[in-house]
Write a protein that binds this ligand. Structure first.
Ligand SMILES: Nc1ncnc2c1ncn2[C@@H]1O[C@H](COP(=O)(O)OP(=O)(O)O)[C@@H](O)[C@H]1O
Ligand SMILES: [Mg+2]
Length: 343
């Protein structure tokens, strides 16, 4: 029996609890179990926030970057630190501050007086999993150097391209952009993030559990003491990715994903809808979700479940709509409610 599917990375859409049509083979079952293990390791530190954890696992399967948004104090940093601790991968963390320079991210040429030569000193971007914490607190020039590395998966400093490790994944956190003293990420470059996950304030019960853990001595600075161990490595993720690539998608479901994206382009509330690149992202995330749910094929419900986190940062609201209190979630709900579902 495959484990029950974890919560999908959304708030509104219905959770697909699939009945597997075929018994998954032992290896894929083990791979899924290992990824479920990543979730349980993270849960040793982070209470709840299941949707965000699902989203991070999907990003690992798709080798996609993630933007994690939420007000201060909802465990954005703790979540990514816990994920790092649960993975046997190279991880680094950069706190994005107003005085950070592009070279502090990518690396820079340093002069060695003894050899009288310049050599390249790698920046923190040379890692598997980079936590870019509070990315909107750093000025655009430094943000741009990270966004460029994310897109190209390489860094060129003195004209020499240097490839980044594989996998290379950025998880960037930000507070909602209306906060003072921040630099919103350029809208046109937001689609370099595969997913935008939002961390809500916890439910009361979850918040009580957070306090109970603190009362029992939990120290968020010491994740080893919380018992988080690495349970997945790059080779395991590569095997899981190969399985995801085998997940079937019918022409009808492809058509449905495309129709959802096309409908955003006609929405009167939007000045910019989802691009074809966004549509391919929706296919990738739906496929990973189908596999995680124990299925060998994608259903329209998979597409629905991943539409919000995959598309919410790829649309631009008209100012009038924004003034009326409309947001990307409302628009996407309307679109999902209006596009005919195949079968
Ligand atoms: N869902 C949660 N699970 C566990 N701890 C939480 C949770 N939400 C908040 N906390 C507590 O609040 C602290 C603040 O979290 P942090 O990761 O610094 O927040 P953020 O990066 O969102 O500002 C955590 O270290 C933890 O003690
Ligand atoms: Mg933080």
């Amino acid at each position: 029996m495959p484990a029950p599917a974890p919560a999908p990375p959304v708030g509104a859409a219905p959770a697909p609890f699939p009945a597997p049509a075929h018994q998954p083979s032992a290896p894929s079952h083990e791979l899924r179990a290992a990824l479920a293990g990543v979730r349980s390791e993270v849960a040793k530190a982070v209470v709840g926030q299941d949707a965000a954890v699902s989203g991070l696992v999907i990003a690992l399967l798709c080798r996609g970057h993630v933007l994690l948004e939420g007000v201060p104090g909802v465990a954005k940093t703790l979540l990514v630190r816990s994920l790092s601790a649960a993975l046997d991968l190279g991880t680094k963390r950069v706190q994005f501050t107003p005085d950070l320079m592009p070279g502090d991210i990518t690396g820079s040429l340093v002069y060695d007086a003894r050899t009288a030569e310049f050599s390249f000193r790698e920046g923190p971007v040379f890692t598997n999993l980079l936590l870019a914490d509070e990315i909107n607190r750093t000025p655009p020039k430094t943000q741009a150097s990270l966004l460029e590395a994310m897109e190209e998966r390489q860094v060129s400093v003195d004209g020499t391209p240097r490839p980044l490790p594989d996998p290379f994944l950025v998880i960037a956190t930000q507070n909602p952009v209306e906060y003072e003293g921040t630099y919103p990420l350029p809208e046109a470059q937001l689609d370099r993030f595969l997913l935008k996950l939002t961390l809500p304030l916890p439910e009361r019960d979850d918040e009580v559990e957070v306090l109970a853990r603190h009362a029992a001595g939990f120290d968020p600075r010491d994740l080893a003491a919380a018992g988080i161990r690495p349970v997945a490595d790059a080779a395991l993720l590569a095997r899981a990715r190969a399985e995801v690539a085998q997940v079937q998608v019918s022409r009808e479901v492809l058509g449905y994903a495309v129709d959802v994206c096309r409908a955003t382009r006609r929405s009167p509330s939007l000045s910019l809808g989802v691009s074809p690149r966004g549509a391919t992202a929706l296919l990738a995330t739906s496929r990973a979700w189908a596999w995680l749910s124990g299925r060998g094929y994608v259903t329209p419900d998979d597409v629905k479940a991943l539409a919000h986190p995959t598309l919410r940062h790829r649309v631009q609201l008209r100012p009038e709509a924004e003034l009326e209190g409309v947001n990307a979630e409302v628009v996407l709900d309307t679109v999902l409610g209006s596009v005919p579902v195949p079968r």
